[in-house]
Design a protein around this ligand. Structure first.
Ligand code: NA7
Length: 545
């Protein structure tokens, strides 16, 4: 088997799949390595009950193929995880990509070998110098001219460091590593730790199935009802008729999705109190993430945010019958600075007799025992414990691989004070190394599929440019990345985003540097990427030249 390739791709989720497709179209030898036993990335692993995308299905889908977008039929406004997984599998089959995807394989290390680079430039596929050497967990070694990380932003599991966790004798499941056969909660006493999107989606379903559910909440989250409905054929047909136009309009929106929401209502206090109330109610009825965009300054102006947040708190009090429970479920942080959730019956679940909410910010979890969980106030007997504790987002999956650039420098070392990238695409000292939706790009603050397509297209076009110009190596400059990191942070500092302990800042992982990682705003980012190309890949160098 040919083990010297043009391109190695790590991961076979939305990003890896499309990267493989573009590389094959360009006639390059490519192989994607995927730890899972199927394609799909985060959608392969996150099979917990209620797992569903918070971007509408007609928008959370590839736009690169007119035929694909016409033939695929979504069944619901927000696609459930099994349907998204079927879609990704369909794409892999339709474009005949499986032959270049190796499943059940973890990449352990990726080292750039420049030991003999003075002897001459590396040619693609020649197995020679200035190449990436990749080692898999079953000991196979591969080389490639380019190493492209499609490892996902929300793929590296965050398991809490709670004393005694390993001693639990009941069933223990993390939402992001859910058993394929599902979990039977029938007649069980279940505990769930975590009230982010995963916990909020899973809670109402587990509540219906289990004998008893205890929700251990450290921080309440804002959640807006999804109002999920079956997708009518006529609605779908209408969108399909105008798909290119709709996708183009979405790309002009700040997060590259949400065309149905219409424009925001301008600045909050330019409207009268009655108009504002009507606007909040309208967005609440519309459902989903669009609520935060009700006015343009919700994430810019504290008073504007306070009012929108208060509206949600009132809604929580209107739904939850016990005022004490409603108060506990009401967040006091800035609306939207942690990713808001989109739910189906979350707050309603707390009206059930078999659901109990425990505030572990007041009475912290002390330990897990073989039979349950102990807080500083009480002991809970549990048959099953669900960890909905999230991810080491954006950098975790990259930093768990031993990645080394020039002179053996590790990525972990280079990013010890926080990720340093140019455009979230490259980092200096790591030639021919690209990150798809890396830190410093819009990624999680945009429609991930649109962001992925934009990155994959940019990288594929860059490789074509290099081939045409006879360049064998590309690398971000330190000056460009320093300026870019400062820019990403300056944009964030103009907003209320950095005000709370979100995973956007790495604040959910003990010891992780507190740095705002995503770039806010899709259109200006795309403009910058285009400008960089127009200026001959400004901020990148082609070291052989
Ligand atoms: P999130 O949003 O990071 O939520 C994780 C939750 O787990 C959150 O409520 C945390 O509380 C809680 N958590 C984490 N560690 C602990 C410990 N040790 N004790 C108690 N509670 C803990 O992850 P999700 O999987 O729900 O969602 C991630 C993204 O996926 C989501 O934003 C969507 O974009 C899709 P905390 O807030 O840190 O106090």
């Amino acid at each position: 088997m040919q083990r010297n390739l043009d391109v190695i791709v790590v991961g076979a989720g939305f990003a890896g799949i499309y990267m493989v497709h573009r590389m094959r179209q360009a006639g390059r030898s490519v192989r994607a390595f995927e730890a899972g036993s199927g394609v799909g990335g985060t959608w392969f692993w996150n099979r917990y009950p209620g797992a569903r995308c918070d971007v509408e299905s007609m928008e959370y889908s590839y736009g690169f193929s007119r035929e694909l977008e016409q033939e695929w039929e979504w069944t619901e406004r927000y696609a459930p995880q099994p349907e998204i997984l079927r879609y990704i599998n369909h794409v892999a089959d339709r474009f005949d990509l499986r032959g270049d995807i190796q499943l059940d394989t973890k990449i352990v290390s990726a080292h750039y070998d420049d030991s003999t680079r003075d002897a001459g430039p590396s040619r693609e596929s020649d197995g020679g110098i200035g190449r990436w050497r990749i080692l898999t967990d079953d000991g196979e070694s591969w080389t490639a001219a380019f190493c492209i990380m499609a490892t996902g932003c929300l793929s590296s599991t965050n398991s809490p460091d709670i004393p005694g966790l390993d001693s639990f004798a009941g069933e223990l499941h993390h939402t992001s590593r859910w058993p394929h056969a599902g979990v039977d909660f029938d007649a069980k006493r279940v505990g769930i730790i975590g009230t982010g999107s995963s916990g909020i989606q899973a809670t109402p379903i587990i509540a219906r199935e289990a004998a008893h559910l205890t929700v251990f909440q450290r921080t309440p989250n804002f959640s807006v009802p999804a109002h999920n409905i079956p997708l009518a054929r006529e609605t779908q047909a209408e969108i399909k008729k105008n798909y290119p136009k709709i996708r183009a309009l979405n790309r002009e929106r700040p997060a590259a999705f949400g065309i149905n929401w219409g424009d925001s209502g301008g600045l909050t206090f330019d409207s009268t109190p009655d108009e504002r109330r009507a606007a909040y109610e309208n967005r609440w009825q519309m459902g989903g993430l669009g609520f935060v965009g009700v006015f343009a300054d919700v994430l810019l102006d504290q008073s504007a945010n306070d009012e929108a947040a208060e509206f949600v708190r009132e809604k929580i009090h209107g739904i939850v019958e016990d005022p004490e429970v409603a108060a506990l479920l009401s967040p006091d942080h800035v609306l939207g600075c942690k990713r808001p959730c989109t739910d189906t019956g979350y707050y309603e679940a707390f009206n059930r007799a078999n659901v109990e909410l425990i505030d572990v910010s007041r009475d912290p979890i002390e330990r897990i025992t073989p039979t349950g969980l102990v807080t500083t106030a009480r002991e809970f007997e549990l048959d099953c414990l669900v960890l909905a504790t999230g991810f080491d987002a954006m950098t975790g999956a990259l930093q768990r691989i031993d990645i080394r650039g020039r002179n053996g420098m590790t990525l972990v070392e280079k990013w010890s004070a926080g990720p340093v990238t140019y455009l979230g695409l490259g980092t200096s000292g790591f030639p021919n190394f690209f990150t798809i939706t890396g830190p410093g790009s819009p990624s999680v603050l945009s429609n991930m599929v649109t962001a992925i397509e934009q990155h994959v297209d940019w990288i594929a076009d860059c490789l074509e440019f290099m081939r045409a110009q006879g360049h064998s190596t590309i690398e971000a400059t330190t000056a460009a990345e320093t300026e870019w990191v400062a820019h990403v942070n300056a944009v964030a500092d103009e907003t209320l985003y950095p005000t709370c302990n979100s995973w956007y800042l790495g604040a959910n992982i003990p010891g992780k540097p507190r740095v705002f990682m995503p770039h806010i705003g899709f259109p200006p980012y795309v403009e910058k990427c285009q400008d960089v190309v127009a200026k001959g890949y400004e901020g990148f160098s082609f070291p052989e030249q």
